[in-house]
Ligand binder design. Structure first.
Ligand code: ARG
Length: 460
C-alpha cells in the first residue's frame, strides 16, 4: 500500500532500487541546521502573515527546536525510506506535534526549500574557507618577514634563473591566496539571495512575505524570479570554480614543498608532525601531506566538472538531476578547507636551510644578468650587446669550471677590454637580490615593506 507524503495518488510503494537511487538523506542530512533554520523562518512568516494560526505556529516552532536538539545530540533516526533531510524532519515533526505539522509546508515546496538550505550551507562553507585562507596568509607573512634577506635561487623552467629573497617567494603565495579569497567572497555575495517562497516553481497564491524570510536568514533580498530561484545552480558552479582555482594555487606551493624537502634540493625540512615514514625503507621521510594537497585539484576540479555536466542542458525548472549537486559541493569544500589548513600547518612547520639556499642561489650563473646589466650601466652598451658579452663570459667560465666571480679579470678583458675590477662587486647572489629594488622586486627592503603592509592589512 502506498504511504508517505504523496500517498494520495499512489497505490504502491517504490521498488527497492527506486528507493536506492532516489534517496539522498545520507548526503543531505548535513543540511539539517539550514533546513530547520529555513523552516523556522518560514513558519514565523506564515504566522505573521496570518496564513497559519499562532497556536499551530508555536507548536511547529517548539517541535522543530526539539528535533534540532535531538539531531545535534545524535538522537535522531534517519530513514532512507523518507528520502531526504526535508521529509525526515517533517515526518518526525508530525509524530511529535501531530496535525499542525502538516501546515508547515503551506506556500513552500522542497524545491525552494532545498535551494535555500544549499545556499545557506555554501555561504558558511565559503566563509570558513575564506577564514582559513586568512590564517594561511598570516603564517606566510610572518615567515616571509623573518626570511626577508635569505637568498635562494629563483627558477624559470625549473632552471636556475636569478637569485630571489625567500621572503619574496613566500609573499607570492600570500598574493595568490588574496585573489582566491576574493573569488570565494564574490561567489558568496552573488549567492546571497533567498529562494524561499518561490514554492515549486511558480510562486504561491498565499499572501506570504518573502522579504521577511530573506531577512531572517541573512539573505540580502528574495530572488526576483521563482523559476530562477528553484532551478539555478550557477551559484554552486561559481563557488566550485573559485574552490578549484584556490586548490590549484595551493597545489603549486605544495609541489615546491615536495621539491624543497627532497635531498636533491635540501632547501627545507618538515618536522615529524608533517612527515610520514615508509613501511619498508627505514630511512624515509615523506611529505605526504604536501603530496595530498598537490592532488586535491584532481578532486575539486573534478567536482566542478561533475556538476557542470549535471547542469548542462537541464530545462527549467527543477529536475531531480540537481539532487547530485550536494555530494559534489560538500566533498569539494571539505577537501578545500582541509587543504588550506594543511598548507597553513606546513608553512609554519618548514625549517629552511640558509646555507643550502644561499649556495644554490649562487650556482649555475644566476648572476649572468647582473653582469649584463653592469655592462649596460657602466659601459653604456645596448642590452642586447651586453647579453652577448655576458654569454661569452659564462661560456669561458664554464669551460674553466668556475663561477663568474672566479673568472680572471684578464679573461673578461679578452672578451671586452673596457671591463674593470668593479664588475666583481655585482657578481654574487646576495648583491643581485639586494639590487632589485624596483616596486614589486625581490630586494629585502621591498620585501620588508610588503610584509609590513600585509601585516597591517591582515590585522584588520
Ligand atoms: N532531495 C531533493 C534535492 O536535493 C529535494 C528536492 C526534491 N524536489 C522534488 N521536486 N522532488 O534536490
Amino acid at each position: 500500500a502506498a504511504s508517505g507524503i504523496w500517498g494520495g495518488r499512489f497505490d504502491a510503494g517504490p521498488s527497492a532500487v527506486m528507493q536506492a537511487i532516489n534517496a539522498s538523506v545520507d548526503v543531505d542530512r548535513r543540511l539539517f541546521e539550514q533546513d530547520i533554520a529555513g523552516s523556522l523562518a518560514h513558519c514565523a512568516m506564515l504566522t505573521a502573515c496570518g496564513v497559519i494560526s499562532r497556536a499551530d505556529g508555536e507548536a511547529i516552532e517548539r517541535g522543530l527546536t526539539e528535533i534540532r536538539q535531538d539531531i545535534r545530540a545524535g538522537r535522531f533516526e534517519w530513514k532512507a525510506a523518507l528520502e531526504d533531510v526535508h521529509m525526515n524532519i517533517e515526518a518526525v515533526l508530525r509524530e511529535r506535534i501531530g496535525a499542525p505539522a502538516g501546515r508547515l509546508h503551506t506556500a513552500r515546496s522542497r524545491n525552494d526549500q532545498v535551494a535555500t538550505d544549499f545556499r545557506l550551507w555554501l555561504r558558511e562553507a565559503l566563509d570558513s574557507a575564506a577564514e582559513a585562507l586568512r590564517a594561511y596568509q598570516r603564517v606566510l607573512v610572518a615567515r616571509a618577514e623573518a626570511h626577508a634577506d635569505w637568498v635562494m635561487p629563483g627558477f624559470t623552467h625549473l632552471q636556475t634563473a636569478q637569485p630571489v629573497s625567500l621572503g619574496h617567494h613566500l609573499l607570492c603565495w600570500v598574493e595568490a591566496a588574496e585573489r582566491d579569497r576574493g573569488r570565494l567572497m564574490d561567489a558568496r555575495a552573488r549567492l546571497n539571495e533567498s529562494p524561499l517562497g518561490a514554492a515549486a516553481l511558480a510562486g504561491t497564491a498565499f499572501p506570504i512575505d518573502r522579504e521577511m524570510t530573506a531577512r531572517a536568514l541573512g539573505f540580502d533580498r528574495p530572488m526576483a524570479n521563482s523559476l530562477d530561484a528553484v532551478s539555478s545552480r550557477d551559484f554552486a558552479l561559481e563557488a566550485l570554480s573559485a574552490a578549484a582555482i584556490t586548490a590549484v594555487n595551493l597545489s603549486r606551493f605544495a609541489e615546491e614543498i615536495v621539491l624543497w624537502t627532497s635531498r636533491r634540493f635540501g632547501f627545507a625540512s618538515l618536522s615529524d608532525a608533517y612527515s610520514t615514514g615508509s613501511s619498508i625503507m627505514p630511512q624515509k621521510r615523506n611529505p605526504d601531506a604536501a603530496e595530498l594537497v598537490r592532488a586535491k585539484p584532481g578532486r575539486i576540479a573534478g567536482a566542478l566538472q561533475g556538476l557542470i555536466i549535471v547542469m548542462k542542458g537541464l530545462p527549467l525548472a527543477y529536475s531531480k538531476d540537481m539532487q547530485e549537486d550536494k555530494a559534489l559541493v560538500f566533498t569539494a569544500f571539505d577537501d578545500l578547507i582541509l587543504a588550506i589548513t594543511a598548507m597553513t600547518g606546513m608553512a609554519g612547520d618548514l625549517t629552511f636551510h640558509r646555507e643550502a639556499l644561499e649556495a644554490a642561489a649562487g650556482e649555475a650563473y644566476s648572476d649572468a644578468t647582473d653582469l649584463a646589466d653592469w655592462l649596460v650601466r657602466e659601459l653604456g652598451l645596448p642590452f642586447r650587446d651586453a647579453h652577448h658579452i655576458a654569454g661569452a663570459a659564462v661560456k669561458a667560465a664554464e669551460a674553466e669550471g668556475r663561477a663568474l666571480k672566479d673568472l680572471a679579470l684578464s679573461r673578461y678583458q679578452e672578451i671586452e677590454p673596457r671591463i674593470d675590477a668593479r664588475v666583481f662587486e655585482v657578481l654574487s647572489a646576495r648583491a643581485s637580490m639586494e639590487s632589485r629594488i624596483s616596486f614589486g622586486g625581490t630586494a629585502p627592503v621591498r620585501v620588508r615593506e610588503q610584509a609590513g603592509a600585509w601585516k597591517q592589512r591582515l590585522a584588520q
